[in-house]
Design a binder for this molecule. Structure first.
Ligand SMILES: [Zn+2]
Length: 66
């Protein structure tokens, strides 16, 4: 059974449109740079589009070894 650990590498605020990308080196989220740069609202509480729906472990098997 193959198990793939997935990590989000980018996220976007559904409220203000802020875009951030994951920096593996520092282990922190950074505001996207370049053409995608969108800082968003400073006072926004940020509703990230990955919240609640992101599944970190994906399995292509139809059963779980117990
Ligand atoms: Zn926001």
């Amino acid at each position: 059974m193959d198990v793939t650990i997935r990590k989000p590498t980018e996220r976007e605020c559904e409220e203000c449109g802020r875009r951030e990308v994951w920096n593996d080196t520092t282990g922190t989220w950074r505001v996207a740079v370049g053409d995608d740069r969108r800082v968003g609202e400073v006072y926004c509480i940020h509703e990230w589009d990955i919240n609640g729906t992101f599944v970190p472990v994906e399995s292509d098997g139809d059963g779980v070894d117990a």
